[in-house]
Write a protein that binds this ligand. Sequence first.
Ligand code: FDA
Length: 569
Amino acid sequence: TSASTYDYIVVGGGTSGLVVANRLSELENINVLVIEAGGSVYDNVNVTDTGGYGNAFGTDIDWAYKTEDQEYGGGAPQTLRAGKALGGTSVINGMVYTRAQKSQIDAWETVGNKGWNWETLFPYYKKGEGFQVPSHYSWLEGSGVAYEPADHGYKGPLKVGWSSDQLNDGLAQKLNTTYQNMEIPIPYNKDANGGQMVGYTLYPKTVDSKLNIREDAARAYYYPYKSRSNLHVWLNANVNKLTWKTGNDVTADGVEVTLANGTTSTVKASREIILAAGSLKSPLLLELSGVGNPDVLSKYGIETKVNLPTVGENLQDQMNNGLAFDSKTKYTKAPDYVAYPSVSQVFLNATAVGKQLLANLPKYAAQVASANGNVTKSKDIERFFKIQWDLIFKAHIPVAEILLEPSGYTYDTEYWATVPFARGNVHISSADPTAAASIDPKYFMLDFDLQAQTQAARFIRELFQTEPFASMTGSETSPGLSSVAADADDEGWSSFIKNNYRSNFHPISTAAMMPKEVGGVVDTSLKVYGVSNVRVVDASVMPFQVCGHLQSTIYAIAERAADIIKAEN
Ligand code: FDA
């Protein structure tokens, strides 16, 4: 069944888009159309296999966006992965389900988003979640996984729990003892999803524990509901831009879409257009529609409909590096274990580091502003940076994520500093919607970002020299002591880090929810400033990076967005 006009058009059937479409289509008198550029991956083994992380990379369900050459980060361009399928990036991600530190979400309110804080978002994390209690799965016995019942939701569509990839050979417990034995002990955290993340923990994932397959946005929010006659999905269809009503206020009346067969047409929405194309696409759709920085738009002959120069700015991502070590025992499964240390657990001289960083914030803010032609203002960025500084040095959020992954005779690690200060941007580079964008995260633009990334590597070396882990490990195989000496200074680490990092695939904030006067693109109801009926509900709206992986927070934002939209209509 298909209607000629829809009440709502959701652009992008990904992680956030399917949540909003599902919740709006709970209202029987409302017609919702989801337009998704990719196809269905319901039976794609690169998606469903819980141990298949990475198998989908480079295939036709990966957008594999390319960045500009990274001037401060090794010179080469980076690849930014993103899912091109019903389910979006949730079909190719690492499935990790971790939220944020409470104070980080509270900072969204501090920056000027009244009503957006941990207390108001926490119920939405739980609303979406269908937590699977580990004691129901016998293979998890002895694995060390644990949870705090009050921190989870049990009736939501999104299955969260553990897969059979979890080990129950005592490794989790030995790792726990090792963390506690470090010079500055890392405490055990039973459940990192209650707003307190610091410590060593065994996090859950988006998996169907019973079937042992990936849980993604489509499996959770679409397939079980696809018989709803008011929920429509077009696959393999690319939205090119919004179309506008004639009149005095700026109101969208539909979108221009190119279908799988190559034909381009317009489809109408009577109420709203909801952008959920991801943080590297939604801002571009605004620009292609005339909402953005007139200097960018005029370069490509696009008439400015709404002068909103910060569209595409504030891009924040993290950088991912890894160290590897020989293991004395062989592992047949490849689970991962995480630790979230705070700044005083990673830097022995945290107070001095904090003082120096604080003194550098005005300079950093000026550097960011000048890099984007003062589109975002130095004084505003300085304020954001001070909020970020307070989170690190006063609220003691995790300053790094340390992942340990045994496999075969190897311990791989992956790590990243959680809250880099660099701000980049994404903009169109043509009026052609199929053309590649200009994406520039500006990795390592600011010294502290490298310093934090370096210190986290030293932390991992210390971990592997601490008992009982030290006795279980052979030598460091990457980078290895001949490449980066045991006593290497920051400079000694720098070339390894800058030549071997990748994106951590957590780009956010390109249509930031903030007051307009400090550079926001959407207001607290996620509506684009200056436009009466267009919202953004994806990773683009997050004003600051979170310490947990992104998806749980994106699902929660989208759950709340649906309630906001319902309440207004
Ligand atoms: P998302 O990308 O999900 O949705 C956007 C949708 O819009 C896509 O389906 C896309 O095809 C579609 N689209 C784009 N342009 C369009 C157009 N013009 N017309 C129509 N459709 C269009 N997070 C986490 O919590 N745990 C993890 O383990 C990981 N691991 C991880 C690994 C990798 C490799 C990546 C790339 C990312 C992660 N993440 C993660 C991050 C997380 O998965 C990601 O941030 C969210 O899924 C993004 O959700 P969005 O709704 O913002 O966009």
